[in-house]
Design a protein. Sequence first.
Length: 101
Amino acid sequence: MRRHIVGIMAVVLLVGGVVLWIWWPRDQGALMQLEAACWRIGGCLAVLWLAYPDLRNIPRWLWIALPALILVLARWPRLFLLIIPLLILYAFIRPRLSKVE
């Protein structure tokens, strides 16, 4: 049921962005900000709707580590240059799961 609600909210926000884009004047700053918010949040919710079944497979430790990583990168953006090579290195050296037949 939650996935349906996320999809409906995404559609409503994207339609709201289209309505604001077509019918309201472009010279009003507040409406332009509202239109941009509708586009961005609607797009993010649409991506979340598509990925919703796979989000159940994410380990619990990652739900804690990812926001912490985002906060650290927001505070010290130069660490991003260190984290990208570490993630690439991890992708190559992590243990592979093999099928035993």
